[in-house]
Design a protein around this ligand. Structure first.
Ligand code: ZN
Length: 429
């Protein structure tokens, strides 16, 4: 391995321009929810070009609907593709590996607030800008680049390696669930999310829901005779804020002891009313709320329903017009990746070789697809990846020296975890 490290480093450096060109192709495609297909097809083609046994299929709703990790779906999945690309060694001598990443990106927001268009990748200095550059097309491309670096050294993994390129990571996690069930368990999973070169030790569960409130529409001149649905929704949001505070103040998963305000409620989208001079007859608020690992999603959701029902019961208008809650996406439990796994030790060694510094760890206050493999396949699941900034914000960017070192580390990790065999043994070579 000591001899391999500099060779892989040189191979990653030699291939880095091609790696970035591929990343730019992916970033140029606005693969927001429902529009991921062209980017997924490019990725599948890149997998096939490397001789990986590649299948492309829409998320199989029937296969995941009854699974405890399933999240409710409010969109059509016919274009929501899961890509599974498999490497099979001539002879398995090492441990199997899944490399997972997501192709979906969150909306760019108002483009005028970006310094350059979000879907026109731009390199400046040590950074590559664009929506999805960090979260997480850099990581997804890195999976192939790491295998390329091994190939450039005349090597390939001596164990099954499955690359899963999924969608729906930013809304439900159903893509990862679909991919995991199709692929089956592996001895370890690496998900190169933009984690600032740190390993995620634990992450929170996340719920998405829509509050629907009815009002009593009257002319605004008689507003006192009606009931304002938008204002009623604000009262429910206040009750949920109090619930958020209780969650932060109450018993915590030990991993989150001492974390400042880990639980966040986000009323993220609101619509309601029809006319400035009509008291609004309706309001809908899309909310996101996190919760500690160890709590099943159904339990966290029942709490939300109880909080809303109690707030409504104490409200003169809402008591007579109870609000409704629709579950519209994430219904996902959090996870904790216990320290001490062989996989983590191997990644830490690879990281230290590539970076010349130990691998740090972090807590993640948001959703990660890693929960699928951790909770439902009992695999050591290592979510770790390059430095990125402004993910989900304006001027998202990924750091290129960091990406190069992470690619080197991932190639080293694959070599140690899976073992290597000569690439020339390949049947189709
Ligand atoms: Zn991500």
């Amino acid at each position: 391995m000591t001899d391999l490290a500099p060779r892989l480093d040189a191979a990653v450096a030699a291939g880095f321009e091609a790696q970035l060109a591929f990343l730019e192709r992916l970033v140029a495609i606005p693969s927001v929810r429902g529009a991921e297909r062209p980017a997924q097809e490019i990725f599948a083609e890149a997998c096939r070009a490397r001789g990986l046994d590649t299948t492309v299929a829409p998320i199989d709703l029937d296969a995941i609907r009854e699974h405890p990790g399933f999240s409710p779906v409010v969109v059509d999945y016919s274009d929501a593709l899961t890509i599974i690309a498999r490497h099979a060694p001539t002879r398995t001598t090492g441990r199997s590996l899944v490399l997972n990443g997501h192709m979906d990106v969150v909306p760019a927001g108002p483009e005028k607030f970006w310094n350059s268009p979000p879907f026109e990748p731009r390199r400046e200095g040590d950074w590559l800008y664009g929506r999805g550059a960090g979260d997480m097309k850099a990581g997804l491309g890195m999976t192939l680049a790491a295998l390329d670096a091994l190939a450039a050294c005349g090597l390939r993994p001596a164990a099954p390696v499955t690359i899963q390129a999924v969608v729906e990571e930013e809304s439900t996690g159903n893509g990862a669930l679909d991919a995991a069930l199709r692929s089956g368990p592996a001895d370890a999973v690496v998900i190169p999310e933009p984690m600032d070169e740190k390993l995620v030790r634990a992450n929170l569960g996340v719920l998405w829901f829509r509050l629907r409130v009815r009002g009593e529409p009257v002319h605004a001149r008689d507003a006192g005779a009606g009931a304002n649905a938008i204002e009623a929704a604000f009262r429910l949001i206040a009750a949920l804020r109090a619930h958020e505070a209780r969650l932060n103040d109450g018993p915590r998963h030990p991993a989150f002891e001492g974390a400042p305000h880990p639980i966040n409620l986000n009323p993220g989208r609101i619509e309601g009313g029809d006319w400035p001079s009509s008291v609004p007859a309706w309001c809908a608020v899309d909310c996101r709320l996190s919760f500690f690992p160890g709590t099943p999603a159904a339990e966290a959701a029942a709490e939300v329903e109880r909080v809303v029902a109690e707030a409504a019961a104490a409200d003169p208008y809402l008591a007579a017009h109870p609000p409704e809650i629709d579950w519209t996406g994430f219904f996902a439990e959090g996870y904790h990746q216990p320290p001490g796994s062989d996989a983590e030790a191997a990644l830490a060694r690879a990281h230290e070789t590539a970076f010349g510094a130990p691998m740090g760890e972090m807590l993640m206050n948001g959703y990660l697809d890693a929960r699928v493999h951790r909770l439902y396949q009992d695999a050591p699941t290592l979510c770790w990846g390059p430095l990125a900034e402004n993910i989900h914000g304006y001027d998202e960017r990924v750091n290129l020296p960091s990406l190069r070192r992470c690619t080197h580390a991932l190639a080293l990790f694959i070599a140690e975890w899976c073992g290597v065999e000569p690439a020339a043994q390949r049947a189709d070579a």
